[in-house]
Ligand binder design. Structure first.
Ligand SMILES: Nc1ncnc2c1ncn2[C@@H]1O[C@H](COP(=O)(O)OP(=O)(O)OP(=O)(O)O)[C@@H](O)[C@H]1O
Length: 279
């Protein structure tokens, strides 16, 4: 197993009387694809929000690349190499695809104020480099031809890929994806699966929260399962599928959707399962 990249220990988050995250401990290794699953309300998004600095944990530590990042501001954490996408897209609808990706790069481009005011050669070189890099990431996600379209004209699945391109343009060491397959059709899910593998192939760790069990079982090298804010299982898809505690956690949840998910976890055939991958 490669080096530990993210180390979350005893993390806690509380909203009034609700312990959204309650002593969560897990690790992410360099370049691995890890899924975080669990019934609705298990604390997955709250955990992501703590790791990325959107929430301040009330307890525990988060270490990334050996440095402690617990409670730092989102921009500082992003600059340290963690990029993310959100459950609901956060794109600029009126801007072009290209400009949306360039907007993700502001944390890395350091130009001084005067350069920008006077449009100096240094400013223009910086801008040209940013545009070239944005092209490169749009090409990587398969959308370079749409670069001049306003984002709102793109189908939803493509908008999701623009969001991923924007996150990648920050050159992260770890990419957190919050329900990336939500609202995607079968073909778009297959494209997403292939894209996540290619991202991991670049050595970037991919951590996803996802309810689509077919996708989770097929893409994940490892799965962490949360229930009531705690980790209840950590293992390969095969181990998770046959873990009674996991099935019980989903069955113990009150909503019918969770029960259906329990059945899907138990039934998933693993590699070569239901989700087709485009070659
Ligand atoms: N901002 C908030 N204010 C108050 N309670 C919150 C807040 N965010 C989350 N919670 C509560 O914390 C618990 C964990 O929620 P969280 O969204 O992290 O779970 P989740 O596993 O991501 O769920 P889902 O799969 O439905 O997205 C839930 O009981 C939720 O109602």
């Amino acid at each position: 197993m490669s080096e530990v990249l993210l180390d979350v220990r005893d993390m806690a988050v509380q909203f009034g009387g609700v312990r959204a995250v309650d002593g969560l401990t897990f690790r992410v290794h360099e370049g691995e694809v890890l899924s975080v699953i669990g019934p609705n309300g298990a604390g997955k998004t709250s955990a992501f929000n703590c790791i990325t600095g959107f929430y301040k944990p009330s307890g525990g530590t988060v270490t990334f690349g050996g440095a402690r990042i617990t409670g730092r501001r989102p921009a500082v954490i992003a600059a340290s190499g963690i990029a993310r996408t959100f459950q609901n897209l956060r794109l600029f609808g009126d801007l072009t695809v290209l400009d949306n990706v360039r907007a993700g790069m502001h944390v890395r481009i350091r130009q001084n104020f005067l350069d920008a005011m006077l449009h100096t050669p240094r400013y223009r070189r910086g801008e040209d480099a940013a545009t070239a890099e944005a092209h490169r990431w749009l090409d990587f996600v398969g959308l370079v031809h749409d670069r001049t379209s306003p984002i709102r004209n793109l189908p939803y699945g493509e908008q999701r890929r623009v969001e991923i391109a924007r996150a990648l343009a920050r050159e992260p060491r770890m990419l957190l994806l919050d329900e990336p397959a939500a609202g995607l059709n079968h073909g778009e899910k297959a494209q997403l699966l292939a894209l996540m593998r290619r991202i991991a192939g670049l050595g970037i760790a991919v951590v996803l929260i996802e309810h689509d069990m077919g996708l989770v079982m097929e893409v994940s090298e490892r799965i962490v399962v949360l229930s009531h804010g705690k980790e209840i299982a950590d293992g390969t898809p095969a181990a998770i599928r046959s873990d009674p505690a996991v099935i019980e956690a989903y069955l113990g949840a009150e909503d019918e959707e969770a029960h259906a998910e329990a059945e899907r976890i138990a039934a998933e055939a693993g590699p070569g399962g239901t989700t087709e991958v485009e070659s």
